[in-house]
Design a protein around this ligand. Sequence first.
Ligand SMILES: NC(=O)c1ccc[n+]([C@@H]2O[C@H](COP(=O)([O-])OP(=O)(O)OC[C@H]3O[C@@H](n4cnc5c(N)ncnc54)[C@H](OP(=O)(O)O)[C@@H]3O)[C@@H](O)[C@H]2O)c1
Length: 285
Amino acid sequence: MEPAGPLSDLAGRFIVLTGANTGIGRATALALAARGASLALAGRSAARTQPVLDAIRAVGGDARFFLLDLADLAAVRRCAEQLRAHGRPIDVLINNAGIASQRGLTTDGFELAFGTNHLGHFLLTVLLADRLRAAAPSRIVNLTSTSHYEVARIDYDAVRAPTRTFTGLHEYAISKLANVLFTRELARRLGPSGVHSYAVHPGVVASDIWRRVPWPVRATMKRFMISNEEGAATALYCATSQAVADHDGRYYDRCREGTPNPVVEDAALAGLLWTRSVRFAGADL
Ligand SMILES: NC(=O)c1ccc[n+]([C@@H]2O[C@H](COP(=O)([O-])OP(=O)(O)OC[C@H]3O[C@@H](n4cnc5c(N)ncnc54)[C@H](OP(=O)(O)O)[C@@H]3O)[C@@H](O)[C@H]2O)c1
């Protein structure tokens, strides 16, 4: 991938995006398609993604749907296989999909937020790594959150059990810390081959992520949040801007580099998350 400026044409670039049927992912997909990128939109529902495909195609854009359930590792493998069969080197992988305030277990028995937000994306990324290397210089953008500041370590017994807290917000924070640690370790492992990684906090965004909050409260909260389009800005910046082309493994907020939770500086934590994730997901680079 040639370095791209913020307003450059993305024609000829192939970008894989998870969770693009709604929220920040939808806004990100529409913006990338408007700049000419070819998109693979990976999500749980073809029907829910169809309106986004229609909107992209209505303006002459190119996008295809790929079935992906991040909470089911076999489904992640099938999606990666389909994407690999598609044949194109991947210029950018945007690991955007996520859940918050939901409780339970994934199909494979992992805590729902950890399994969906981290482990599913871990496996997808590892299985697509050679397609990203083939497009180098290429990029991986991982959506995280400021909630990652709220926790300092990952309990590897807790991530193999159902969500413990009533709100699920502690588990969400753990999954978002994992997103930042994963970004660090990806930089160490893939950076030398020209695949650069970025962790992005999108802002507090009036997306569907608040769907479990009761309606009157949700409506009031959303009035103080930024739009999905504004929320897409930092992921778009990290996916395409020449200003960050040489960066790798860093954290961004409001289209600026930020300082993540200091625990992220501990390379051993990122290394441990990687080795546990390899064991859990059964795949390595
Ligand atoms: N909104 C915020 O204020 C905020 C703040 C910080 C970070 N973030 C992060 O930003 C990212 C995007 O969130 P959003 O606010 O746009 O949320 P959203 O509107 O709820 O969209 C989430 C997307 O993830 C998909 N998804 C959920 N579970 C999935 C699974 N098992 N497999 C595949 N796809 C799945 C959803 O698909 P379905 O329609 O099938 O559920 C949807 O497309 C997330 O990583 C989130 O943690 C958001």
